[in-house]
Design a protein around this ligand. Structure first.
Ligand code: SF4
Length: 562
């Protein structure tokens, strides 16, 4: 007789499933019953390597520690129990399993009271971030709950995170006491324990409840991390799901879901509480027409010539590599600029450094030298320029150039277009290629892999391999510069599309006249139009969007005198 298959043992609710459940009950159900491997990008691999390095560093501060290894949680839990029975004072990766819950502790310091035979513990959790986050506290609260169930009382809970003020000495090993900072979160963890106990009850119910598979997608699908099940969920989602509405808050989302609103097309544009951008988006979707606010052309036409369309590639790595660099500090390594001079001459230049050397000084010097003729920088997201401020301390021989770049007037075209251009084919400005395809009907970027930050990261890793051939490195450099030059050219095309040559700047007077003309036009309502509709139109004129502010001062950059 054929033996019947042994029933699978139920899984424990561990940190991964707990976090999945906090993101979405459907994700928890899928991760529990139908898990799929998460895609491992080069940057994720690097984060995991950094995590391992930090764990090793933190362990050096606990020389008495004993590491626990086991092929599975049950074996590791058995070894942990054995070592605890022998009163081992410090354990690394101590594992506990109780009543369907599982916890692994990065570092556990055990205090054994000989008289009462009670054990109290100090918990240390290692994180590569630079500050305490709510989900880290939740994680420690889960550990404290399982430890308590296993007879260990929490004495203290600390987060060992990266010290953002640490300044690196190139070539030297990381000093753990300076790189890591300890934050006592005992009170926060104790406060969070009852909430986590309540949540665990709900999560256990969700695992058994197949109806959670009906839950709609939402803003949470990408927060705190992109969910690996999104391709599956998207198949059942409406074409224009509600969560694509810009500036959608969690409160709005919950309220609309309660009302059965799952699609953008079902949202009433006159609904109370919508932002200007949300109303404009809904209006352009309903009319299937692009809406462009007058201030977009006004802002672009007011730019002082020459115009420098700037594309920058940069990295932020958790652990610093270069002299005086701080953790998570920006490392720009390539740029491309298309310059349109006052007399119409066009110049395109690019620069990249892809080897292991420190690119920062050369980056700021070459870029500052290129634009020292004055004018305006136009870029896509200006964080890279704003964050150069942090280089004033860490790149002493490029200080003058950093100051010149920071003082240069610049326009963040993403911020400007996002605030003033509404197109039915474009609900998000996060992907530059998609923006270009929708607004310029230009799909030439599809062939350029180096426009993708993950691809660039992988290419850089390859270029920095010690024995890589010079030809391979040059090819990677050329590929990155080509992608950035494409971006600089498309920025210029977007400028031309929304502030075409020969157009006069829109004056404040012109905008006011246009608004009053719009108001008179709305007086001539078609028969049957309600007063509400008229009020809505006038509300829209009054509720003007926040116009993105120009950054930097309109002045000539300082000469590069380093
Ligand atoms: S994609 Fe969104 S709805 Fe689907 S499982 Fe993931 S988080 Fe839940």
């Amino acid at each position: 007789m054929k033996k019947s298959a042994k029933p699978k043992a139920p899984k424990n609710l561990d940190k991964h499933l707990f976090e999945a459940g906090l993101q979405c009950h459907k994700r928890l159900w899928l991760d529990y019953h139908e898990p799929i491997p998460e895609p491992v990008s080069a940057s994720r691999q690097e984060m995991s390597r950094v995590g391992d390095e930090m764990r090793e560093l933190a362990r050096t501060a606990f020389p008495m520690g004993v590491a626990i290894e086991g092929d599975d949680a049950a074996t590791a839990a058995e070894k942990t129990a054995e070592l605890l029975a022998k009163n081992t004072p410090v354990l690394f990766d101590a594992t506990f399993v109780h009543n369907g819950l599982e916890a692994q502790c990065d570092i556990l310091v055990v205090h054994h009271n000989q008289e009462t035979n009670e054990k109290q513990v100090d918990l240390f959790e290692i994180k590569s971030g630079t500050k305490v986050k709510h989900r880290y506290v939740n994680d420690l609260a889960l550990q404290a709950i399982v430890l308590e169930q296993c007879g260990l009382k929490l004495k203290s809970a600390d987060l060992l995170h990266i010290n953002p003020k640490y300044s690196h000495v190139e070539g030297e090993p990381f000093p753990p006491m300076q790189l890591l900072r300890s934050a006592d979160v005992t009170a926060k963890v104790e406060k969070q324990v009852p909430n986590v106990i309540r949540r665990l009850k709900h999560l256990r119910l969700a695992i058994e409840n197949d109806s959670v598979l009906e839950l709609p997608m939402g803003t949470f699908c990408k927060n705190p991390f992109p969910c690996p099940h999104s391709a599956r969920c998207q198949k059942d989602a409406p074409q224009l799901p509600l969560h694509q509405l810009p500036e959608l808050t969690r409160a709005q989302e919950i309220e609309m879901h309660k009302e059965g609103i799952e699609e953008l097309t079902s949202v009433d544009g006159s609904r109370e509480g919508l932002t200007f951008r949300q109303r404009r988006t809904l209006a352009c979707m309903q009319q299937q027409e692009r809406i462009v606010e007058p201030f977009v052309a006004e802002e672009l036409l007011a730019c002082e010539r020459p115009l420098h369309f700037v594309a920058i590639a940069s990295l932020t790595e958790p652990l610093p590599r270069f002299h005086l660099q701080r953790p998570w500090q920006l490392t720009p390594y390539a740029w491309a600029v298309k310059t349109v001079h006052e007399d119409g001459r066009v110049e395109t230049t690019s620069w990249a450094s892809v080897d292991r050397s420190d690119p920062r000084t050369q980056f700021v010097k070459t870029l500052a030298r290129h634009i020292e003729i004055g004018g305006t920088m136009l870029c896509w997201r200006s964080e890279a320029i704003r964050e150069m401020r942090t280089m004033l301390d860490s790149v002493p021989d490029g200080k003058t150039s950093v100051r010149a770049l920071l003082g240069f007037e610049h326009v963040d075209m993403m911020q400007l277009l996002e605030a003033g251009v509404f197109d039915p084919k474009l609900l998000s400005y996060s992907d530059f290629r998609a923006v270009v395809a929708a607004l310029l009907d230009d799909h030439s970027g599809d062939k350029l892999d180096a426009l993708d930050a993950n691809h660039r990261y992988e290419a850089l890793q390859k270029a920095r391999t010690p024995r890589v051939r010079a030809a391979t490195r040059d090819k990677i450099s050329a590929e990155i510069q080509e992608a950035l030059s494409w971006q600089a050219h498309r920025l210029a095309d977007l400028f031309e599309a929304f502030a075409p040559a020969g157009t006069e700047p829109v004056t404040a007077k012109g905008v006011a006249e246009e608004a009053s003309a719009g108001a008179s036009a709305s007086d001539e309502q078609p028969a049957g139009a309600s007063d509400d509709a008229a009020n809505e139109a006038s509300d829209t004129v009054i509720a003007k969007p926040a116009r993105p502010k120009r950054a930097g001062k309109p002045r000539r950059p300082l000469p590069d005198a380093e």
